[in-house]
Design a protein around this ligand. Structure first.
Ligand code: ADP
Ligand code: MG
Length: 241
């Protein structure tokens, strides 16, 4: 019997007359990597926004996380409960050091301070294999891949049970994507459930145990990733635009 850590029931998000997320239901099993795909504008990022409440929760439906209902709760409360995310556009704090950037998530999401916060940030930097000698660099001077590592480290420093990533491979080279692939599996092995939106199909298929496809805000299909991408309706949704 699967043990759902996150469950959406009929989640809907409207912006004026536009239904960006339309009656979406699915459950994420504790410990898995759950992929979310779909053409541009299909509602993937809005779905993540609904779950995390950043900036707003859904306009309809229910979201249950680890046994409690979280839709309608404030973003900060959802973060503290153990749902951590990264954004499609990397939030950057150029003047913070790498260590400080990694600590942000531990402070805001984990409620950590002092030595506990420093340890959590250090541990997260170790987990994403961020070079020890670069940890006092300004974030602005860190490489593109290094910034990805920092973004993920910051999300992990809050010690989340669920990590949500919105297109983490954007802007990365092929070898960097391969490194990210390995990194995500490493994070998952520590027990963190992962939800990932990703345009780089190779990465998405490599890391995901299950895949959900959105089209025009609705769930088109969900299941075994290899089967899902062969579904003629999925092919049509991508090609048909
Ligand atoms: P995806 O991440 O799959 O590319 P999005 O979730 O960003 O798609 O967008 C889904 C739809 O919702 C698009 O039509 C987009 O224009 C619209 N949308 C997203 N955010 C807003 C917003 N804040 N206000 C109005 N429309 C929005
Ligand atoms: Mg998006």
């Amino acid at each position: 019997m699967p043990d759902p850590i996150l469950e959406l029931r009929g989640v809907t998000k409207t912006f004026g007359g536009l239904t960006a997320v339309d009656d979406v239901s699915f459950a994420v099993t504790r410990g898995e990597v759950f992929g979310v795909a779909g053409p541009n504008g299909s509602g993937k990022s809005t779905l993540f926004n609904c779950i995390t409440g950043i900036p707003f929760g859904p306009t309809g439906g229910e979201i249950h996380f680890d046994g409690t209902r979280i839709d309608g709760r404030r973003p900060h409360a959802i973060f503290r409960a153990g749902l951590s995310r990264t954004f499609q556009k990397d939030a950057e704090f150029p003047d913070l050091t790498a260590r400080e950037t990694a600590a942000l998530g531990g402070h805001y999401g984990g409620g950590l301070r002092g030595a506990e916060l420093r340890d959590a940030a250090e541990e997260a930097l170790d987990l994403v294999e961020f070079d020890v000698v670069r940890r006092d660099m300004r974030t602005a001077d860190v490489s593109v891949y290094g910034k990805k590592q920092l973004m993920i480290a910051s999300a992990l420093a809050s010690k989340p049970s669920v990590l949500m990533l919105d297109e983490p491979a954007s802007g990365l080279t092929r070898p960097e994507i391969a490194a990210l692939d390995r990194l995500l599996l490493q994070v998952n092995r520590t027990g963190v459930t992962i939800l990932i939106i990703e345009h780089v199909l190779g990465l998405l298929l490599s890391v995901s145990q299950r895949l959900l496809v959105l089209n025009q805000g609705s769930v088109l299909t969900e299941g075994d990733p290899q089967e899902v991408i062969r579904d003629p309706r999925v092919v049509e949704a991508y090609l048909g635009g």
